[in-house]
Design a protein around this ligand. Sequence first.
Ligand code: HEM
Length: 264
Amino acid sequence: MSKTSELSVGAALVGRRESGRWPARMDFLQSASGLFLALFLWVHLFAEASILLGKDAMYRVTIFFEGYYFFGEKYPIIITLFSAFILAFVLVHAVLAVRKIPVSYRQYRVLRDHMKVMRHEDTTLWWVQVYTGFALFFLVSVHIYTMLSQPANIGPYASSDRVVGEWMWPLYVLLLITAVVHAAVGSYRVGVKWGWLPARDAALGRKRLKWLMRGFMIFFILLGLASLTTYVWIGLEDREPGERYVPTWERTTTEPGARLEVMP
Ligand code: HEM
């Protein structure tokens, strides 16, 4: 397909109201905000996976994000503020992305014809981004709102109770798969667009980047499922409703399985 016809496809999809340097700026912002969110997700999934190392490990990670190791006190408001910050990023990223999605049947036809001619896997990946992005908008909103409104309800027991008792696990399974796929495909596309290829030869670079993308997907989906299974396991333990986890170093009795009412 010639450069001119590619441009006309783009023009039909984006609409002609954008002019000057703004389309390029918005494109850059969309890619940069997406990369930031992908990095956040990977770090987040590692932090969540601390539960695989034990309840104490997850407890330490939780109080770290609540500022305990900086201020000597736990401030769940930090979680609320950080959640609001991430939500703002998600919104900016989504608004910038939505302008590229075909909104009328005419635009959809242009894109479909373009795909038929191109028969390129990367165009199919673009559709993967549209579908997963659409689903994420709902899934992420529910999750971030929960974190924003209940920042003190995070921990080995509180999180597990939410996953099992509040039936969040089906949402988390969907969120995990869609978010990991969206982040990996998005990072691959940004890598190709910005020329971050792991080889001098462009075709080989794309091929390697695609393998990296698949590797990230498999790794983070498996890691997330392992963490989620552990939360479910802990959520199924026989405990008092609403009981909070007391780390081993703060227990005042050595009696195995002792339950304390006092919050650390
Ligand atoms: C700053 C905002 C966020 C906070 C504070 C946060 C915190 C948490 C916490 C504490 C859990 C454990 C379960 C629970 O307590 O309910 C969790 C689970 C999860 N979160 Fe987030 N999250 C945030 C944003 C996001 C975003 C933006 C995504 C996706 C794009 C995401 C994806 C997930 C997934 C997939 C799980 C399931 C756990 C797993 O499979 O390992 N989170 N999150």
